[in-house]
Design a binder for this molecule. Structure first.
Ligand code: GLU
Length: 288
């Protein structure tokens, strides 16, 4: 089977260092395996989107030498596929409408664990839709972080797959599109390690294949905070790509050449020296 990897940014701002690491890491793994590298713009959450950022990410990636093998897939154009997946779950009685407010769930860590809504149905208001999650343990072997195991009812409960506003959740859209794009290995930041069990469970509910997962370390500041949350995560500059690209490669343990190589040759060099077995096996480390 041909390796197919992807980078799936959300257009919530300009490309920053943490996203560049995910882009470069997924690109290196795909090219190292002789596979394809695809792009998916996860523009299904209009309230969180920042105007112009999808376009700016699409322009930035090739400036860092990261060129995809197919035109990008836009999740905003995939609603019919999410509707079909939702209908499949509804026909199998795997989802239920929920009108619970935060205060209804205050006693249960904000989670829902009984497979039905505990608030009174309010037909005048649209519900959120939750997946009925049984008492099940989902285990998978992350290619970098090792064996993982999560009791889904404990850790996630009956999670939302369609929001009150009518938008589909990241979890649903992600599994439908990973399958649609034929992704064989998901390489992304460790902040999404926690979503993976939910995604694997949804794949099982929908009869979709499960790709391999490889969760890269997160870029942290000197205090151990996620860079993107600590105000240090200024956008990377596509007009001057070398400093951030070198830093991203170093972050991924790729040995750097002297500083005479320009972007295309730097990536050729990086690929020749990249070894997935040398990726740092931690969930996060600080940026030098
Ligand atoms: N769109 C998600 C993000 O930017 C990443 C999704 C994924 O790689 O599965 O955090």
């Amino acid at each position: 089977m041909t390796y197919r990897g992807r980078f799936a940014p959300s257009p919530t701002g300009l490309l920053h260092f943490g996203s560049l690491v995910a882009a470069v890491g997924s690109w290196l793994c795909a090219r190292h395996a002789g596979g394809q590298w695809l792009l998916r713009m996860e523009d299904i959450d209009p309230p969180r989107e920042v105007a112009g950022s999808a376009a700016s990410i699409l322009v930035a990636l090739p400036a860092f030498g990261l060129v995809t093998d197919a035109p990008p897939l836009f999740q905003s154009q995939r609603v019919a596929a999410y509707d079909a997946a939702f209908e499949q779950l509804r026909a199998a009685d795997q989802v239920f409408p929920c009108w619970c407010s935060r205060s209804d769930l205050a006693g249960t860590d904000g989670m829902h664990r009984n497979g039905r809504c505990i608030a009174l149905a309010a037909p005048d208001r649209p519900p959120a839709w939750r997946l009925r999650v049984p008492d099940v343990e989902v285990a998978f072997d992350d290619a970098l972080q090792g064996p993982q195991r999560q009791n889904l009812r404990e850790s996630a409960g009956d999670f939302v797959i369609k929001r009150v506003e009518g938008f589909y959740s990241y979890q649903l859209a992600c599994v439908v599109d990973d399958a649609f794009q034929g992704i064989t290995e998901v390489v992304r930041g460790s902040d999404l390690l926690d979503s993976t069990a939910r995604q694997i469970w949804l794949q099982r509910c929908l009869g979709l294949p499960t790709p391999r997962y490889r969760h890269l370390p997160l870029a942290l500041d000197a205090q151990g905070h996620k860079l993107s949350k600590s105000g240090q995560a200024g956008p990377v500059d596509p007009a001057d790509p070398l400093p951030a690209l070198r830093k991203a490669l170093a972050f991924l343990s790729v040995p750097l050449p002297g500083d005479t190589l320009l972007v295309p040759d730097l990536l050729v060099h990086a690929l020749a020296h990249f070894d997935p077995a040398l990726l740092p096996q931690c969930s996060g480390h600080s940026v030098a």
